[in-house]
Design a protein around this ligand. Structure first.
Ligand SMILES: Cc1cc2nc3c(=O)[nH]c(=O)nc-3n(C[C@H](O)[C@H](O)[C@H](O)COP(=O)(O)OP(=O)(O)OC[C@H]3O[C@@H](n4cnc5c(N)ncnc54)[C@H](O)[C@@H]3O)c2cc1C
Length: 473
């Protein structure tokens, strides 16, 4: 369980890493056991630390934040914990579900009915299947039929490669017609990708449709989404405990500022504050621009790939209220006069009974980091957003709001551009014994906690194989 400060409780004490000041030396044991450093304590870093420690290596992980969990971390709220950023799982998210089983928290993963809507023309339109789609009165009937046909077609396509070379903007506009595109999927692309909306490859959009399709048993089934009782901290705490029990040494509030390679190919990890820790191998799970800064010695073409990867940021307001705003869990807001682009009413999914009766909702906006909302004081952002809630529910009164928070993330959503597979940096960097595993390398699926678990599983297999070969050689 997480403690009331939101910091996951530590269950097993682990030895401190050897620190001797720069440069330091830790001799690798002669039994093939190596010292592997892992940078970043989000889902990918924790999975990597767990697997490498289970593989018999000495592991040290550094997370510069105040809690483990990265983008999926939850903070304490009335009666429980809630993610900084809304989170759920799809039924196709088998890697994280499998890990939860393995770590003994499989019974905490619950599958609950989801409920989607669309706000347009001053009205909430439920959107939970084909029948709702045919009733979407804010577009003409032939456009609804076309939208249904396009969605159905995309659900059947398995060969995503052809979607690498065309933007979602061009493909969908052609398929739907300008009018339907502008009011539906085009509006969603603009909401998610802002100034990059016409650069996103169709493969990204296909991935979203595909995930949702494989998440339902039949198109007529009501969709069920997954959530961890007690928040995503439940699985994160289990990963922290599991990694520590396997012998990994996990550090909070410590972020490496530079990685320097020695002439023998091993690495000095320079911790902010001046200490250095010697590792044989390093796996970094931080976003690509941070990786480029951390390792000045990375060769130009690999560095150019890292710096060429762009992310959309997110600014999310969380409201605790004494009652619900709407009946919908996930409401896309297709009204450009409203400054947020989705309302995720968490307690319409995982009920208020888990939060001492309080209701929680997120007002979400993806944006670029130079957008004023990304740096504006939290109270100003809330003051900007609140008046618009009346449009979603005319009875809304600010007195319903008991508490507010604002959370922001720079690397919220990798922007998948044309021919993305050619732009992906390899997991093995050009520098020996240095690996990268971050969200921008998740492809063709969209990023998500499931794929960060998969990333951690895959990168650790790669590292374990390389270490075994190096020892044998
Ligand atoms: C608004 C929003 C909604 C989302 N909704 C969902 C959802 O519904 N379902 C879902 O599955 N996923 C969702 N996600 C995505 C999911 O949370 C992420 O894809 C996943 O958690 C990424 O994990 P990661 O470990 O790969 O990266 P991160 O979580 O980004 O972890 C990287 C870690 O590295 C740390 N770090 C950075 N620099 C340093 C340094 N120098 N030294 C040490 N540490 C450093 C960071 O503090 C961070 O903890 C959402 C994300 C956002 C932003």
């Amino acid at each position: 369980m997480a403690d009331p400060t939101g910091t996951p409780t530590l269950t097993v004490a682990a030895p401190s890493p050897e620190r001797t000041g720069p440069p330091s030396r830790i001799a690798s044991a002669g039994d093939g056991r190596r010292h592997v450093g892992v940078i970043g304590g989000g889902v990918a870093g924790l999975t990597t630390a767990l697997r490498l420690a289970q593989g018999g290596h000495r592991v040290t992980l550094w997370e510069r934040g105040k809690a483990f969990g990265g983008q999926a971390v939850a903070f304490p709220v009335a009666g429980g914990h809630l993610e900084h950023f809304y989170h759920h799982l799809f039924q196709s998210d088998r890697d994280i579900a499998g890990l939860a089983e393995e770590l003994g928290v499989g019974d905490k993963l619950v599958w609950l009915p989801s409920n989607v809507g669309y706000f347009a023309d001053g009205k909430i339109w439920p959107l939970n299947g084909a029948v709702d789609l045919l009733k979407l009165g804010f577009i003409p009937f032939p456009d609804r039929v076309r939208l249904g046909a396009v969605t159905f077609y995309l659900q059947k396509v398995k060969d995503w490669k052809k979607f690498e070379r065309v933007t979602a903007h061009d493909w969908l506009r052609r398929a739907l017609g300008q009018r339907a595109y502008d009011r539906t999927l085009g509006a969603q692309l603009r909401a998610k990708f802002g100034r990059y909306h016409d650069q996103v490859a169709m493969v990204w959009f296909w991935g979203k449709i595909w995930l949702r399709t494989t998440s339902r048993r039949s198109p007529l089934d009501q969709e069920k989404l997954g959530y961890f009782k007690g928040s995503f901290n439940t699985i994160i705490d289990a990963m922290v405990s599991g990694a520590r029990e396997a012998g990994a040494d996990l550090h909070l509030g410590e972020g490496p500022s530079e990685l320097r390679q020695r002439s023998d190919g091993s690495w000095d990890v320079l911790i902010e504050g001046g200490e250095a820790v010697h590792c044989d191998t390093v796996v970094s799970t931080v976003p690509s621009p941070i990786m480029a800064r951390l390792v000045p010695a990375l060769p130009g073409d690999y560095r150019a790939k890292l710096l060429g990867l762009t992310y959309e940021a997110a600014a999310v307001a969380v409201l605790e209220m004494d009652r619900k705003l709407t009946d919908i869990y996930w409401l896309n807001v297709a009204d450009e006069a409203i400054p947020f682009t989705a309302v995720i009413e968490h307690t319409n999914f995982y009920g208020p009974e888990h939060y001492d009766g309080s209701h929680f909702l997120y007002l979400s906006k993806y944006l670029e980091t130079d957008h004023p909302y990304f740096s504006m004081p939290a109270d100003d952002l809330i003051a900007e957003y609140l008046p618009y809630l009346k449009r979603l529910n005319p009875d809304f009164d600010p007195s319903w709001v008991k508490r507010t928070w604002v959370f922001r993330e720079k690397a919220a959503q990798p922007i998948v551009t044309l021919n993305y597979s050619e732009k992906l940096p390899d997991h093995r960097t050009p520098l020996a014994n240095l690996y990268l595993a971050n969200t921008s390398q998740i492809y063709p699926e969209d990023r998500g906690t499931n794929y960060s678990v998969r990333l951690g599983n895959d990168i650790s297999k790669l590292v374990l194989g390389d270490l075994a070969r190096a020892t044998a050689g």
